[in-house]
Design a protein around this ligand. Structure first.
Ligand code: AMP
Ligand code: MG
Length: 496
């Protein structure tokens, strides 16, 4: 390798070759002066590339879209999607490109994708560009979610382009390199099912089975098994979102993956005080994608997937619909079971009776809601109570801490009944309940500073949220809930 060599990745591009009708060959728009802002060195190594090579000019040119890496076959993918319930027949990568697929060191196939790489035939009215703040946001939130154990696409790098891009005001242009298990979306199936080629949706489904859910091939009805498998990974995903207090903000079907990874960190946010009605997105006026609605929305989105698969499931469409419906109807219970299993570890009750745990978790949430308590901090504070330290709970809840008394008594009773040592249980809880999450006010502060040229706050926040279960000295302010006045007016924007 030399510093002008672009043989960075060992590409193996199956999507483009097998499903070339689901997109167009395309080139990234050149940019004037690319500069590397953040590089995910660990992820680079996972992909089998030397991080140093990505820091060289030739590497940065690749990450900016100025030079396709050797072996890449840049491709703008097409898809459709239901956005806030309305159908958009042709969305697609308006400002993004699939560079190709790489087999990582663990043998997993990963997509390498540029976001902000110029207009494509799917750009509609958009400028094809991205700006620094939102691309750093996607990078940060993805890394935080990964550290929390939530399946997600991830940022490999963010570069600035040297251009100013007009949003409300001119902002630094940027390109994000995204790594994903794939970019197959429910919206990809919606597109494929409506084109004038009856083989397309079948080829797409076969591809999805092969790439993500190979066990479906052994089932009596592979396409029904594919639906079942996607429902399963999405139920697991949304249960994990609920457990960490994540609000995706724009759960359209084009942002719902077949792999079960979180994708597209636009107007997302983490909960502060517990409130199922919490919405931060500036465009979600009706609260369709509110925190507490996410399980129901997942079910709605997967029903859209089911519709595209019915003709593959069987010639008798009524029977196919009945079989698909049975899976969809069971989704809420599946999701609730995953959630309850997660709550069991959050509350340190792995050895307690499951019914007791579920009731206790529901009662805790009712108390958090009633007393407007911070979701994330509450789990750490109750673990401290178990250690005999009520101070964090008092700091968090003030006089309302007393209202938690009867609940705490029941909970400690259940913990003691398991026969485990109280402080060992508290330590176990601290290993699954984060102390630092990307809180809205801190993310906002870090992105503003980065846009003004100071990356310090972003780097500190990234380091803290990627080691989320440990409070490092000096990071105390990153763990504190936002002032209520901030949260009451805070909005995230799609204008990315
Ligand atoms: P998103 O909200 O990021 O999921 O994007 C929804 C759709 O709008 C996708 O088809 C994007 O490619 C497209 N899009 C978003 N921003 C732009 C932009 N600045 N230029 C072109 N297309 C865009
Ligand atoms: Mg999207």
């Amino acid at each position: 390798m030399t510093d002008t060599d672009t043989t960075l990745f060992d590409f193996d591009n199956t999507y483009r070759h097998e499903l070339g009708d689901l997109g167009v060959e395309w080139k990234a728009a050149p940019v004037p002066s690319p500069r590397l802002v953040v590089l995910n060195e660990r992820l680079a190594r996972e992909l089998g590339v030397d991080p140093a090579a990505l820091r060289w000019d030739a590497g940065v040119a690749v990450l900016a879209g100025n030079a396709p890496p050797a072996g890449a076959e840049p491709f703008a993918m097409v898809y459709a999607g239901h956005q806030f319930g309305g159908y958009a027949p042709r969305l697609g990568d308006g400002r993004a490109l699939l560079l190709g697929e790489v087999i990582d060191r663990a043998g997993r196939r990963r997509d390498l994708h540029l976001k902000g790489s110029g207009r494509t035939p799917f750009a509609r009215g958009g400028d094809g560009k991205a700006v620094l703040g939102p691309m750093l946001r996607e990078h940060l939130l993805g890394e935080a979610m990964h550290a929390l154990g939530v399946p997600t696409t991830r940022g490999l790098a963010v570069v600035t382009t040297g251009e100013q891009v007009r949003r409300d005001a001119p902002e630094p242009g940027a390109v994000l390199t995204r790594v994903a298990a794939s970019h197959l979306r429910v919206g990809t199936f919606e597109y494929a099912a409506r084109v004038d080629d009856p083989t397309l949706v079948r080829r797409l489904a076969d591809y999805a089975i092969d790439r993500h859910h190979p066990a479906a091939l052994d089932a009596d009805q592979p396409y029904l098994a594919l639906l079942d498998a996607v429902i399963d990974v999405q139920a697991d995903l949304v249960a994990r979102w609920m457990l960490v207090g994540f609000i995706h903000g724009v759960m359209n079907t084009d942002n719902t993956t077949i792999s079960g990874e979180t994708i597209d960190y636009g107007p997302c946010a983490f909960l502060e005080r517990y409130d199922p009605a919490a919405v931060f997105s500036s465009i979600d006026h009706g609260g369709r994608y509110a925190y507490g609605n996410q399980p129901a929305v997942a079910q709605w989105n997967l029903a859209r997937l089911a519709e595209t698969l019915l003709p593959l499931i069987g010639d008798d469409l009524d029977a196919a619909a009945e079989a698909a419906m049975a899976l969809l109807v069971a989704l809420p219970d599946r999701l609730r079971d995953r959630w309850a299993a997660g709550m069991t570890t959050k509350l340190g009750l792995e050895r307690a009776p499951a019914e007791d745990v579920a009731a206790l978790a529901d009662d805790l949430l009712a108390l958090l809601r009633e007393h407007r308590l911070d979701y994330t901090s509450s789990f750490r504070a109750v673990a401290d109570v178990l250690r005999g330290d009520e101070h964090p709970l008092r700091t968090l809840a003030g006089d309302d801490a007393t209202a938690l008394g009867p609940w705490l008594e029941r909970w400690v009773g259940l913990v003691d009944a398991t026969g485990r040592d109280r402080s060992a249980v508290a330590d176990g809880m601290d290993r699954v309940n984060p102390v630092v999450i990307p809180r809205n006010h801190r993310v906002d502060e870090a992105l503003r500073a980065a846009t003004d040229g100071d990356l310090g706050p972003f780097e500190r926040l990234l380091a803290a949220v990627t080691d989320p279960f440990v409070l490092h000295p000096g990071d105390e302010r990153l763990a504190e809930p936002a002032p209520e006045a901030f949260t009451a007016t805070f909005q995230t924007f799609c204008g990315t």
